[in-house]
Ligand binder design. Structure first.
Ligand code: MN
Length: 148
């Protein structure tokens, strides 16, 4: 996917979001609360110099019984991990973005390609083991693992 889709959706003369450049491959995660047309939470994992991204309408849950729909969206540049602010009207994702949680993660198993990925989050709000499981197309579930 690289960052072509990210760049194609944005006009960098109008938005202050980071340019489409690859960055470090640190194992970080960020959740950005995005008040756009519909409020959602963007869950992003640093991988391969970009942020693999999912929009979670209800936001992540620490309750293993609450499986949260997570719709995969375009890869974002690594620099997006610190982005907060306003995306102007008329631009893709117009609205406000604020960091809801951030931290590091560790791999437990699986891969995005195989549609199942488990990892441990070390954040302030989110901690312990989680799974992302692909259902169909871009639709995944984000699930807290029991007892972790
Ligand atoms: Mn978003």
């Amino acid at each position: 996917m690289a960052l072509k889709e990210y760049a194609a959706r944005r006009d960098f003369k109008k938005t202050s979001e980071p340019r489409a450049r690859k960055g470090a491959s640190r194992k970080i995660f960020v959740v950005q609360k995005h008040r756009a047309t519909r409020l959602h939470y963007d869950f992003r994992l640093g991988m391969g110099g970009v942020l693999k991204s999912w929009a979670v309408p209800k936001g992540p849950s620490m309750n293993p019984a609450e499986k949260r729909l997570a719709v995969q969206t375009e890869d974002h540049p690594y620099a997006y991990r610190t982005f907060e602010g306003t995306v102007p009207k008329g631009q893709y994702g117009a609205g406000t973005v604020e960091i809801w949680d951030r931290g590091t993660y560790g791999n437990l198993g699986g891969s995005i390609r195989h549609g199942e990925l488990t990892f441990t989050l070390h954040g302030k709000k989110l901690s312990g083991a989680f799974a992302l499981v692909r259902m169909r197309g871009k639709n995944w579930l984000l699930i807290k693992q029991k007892g972790s």
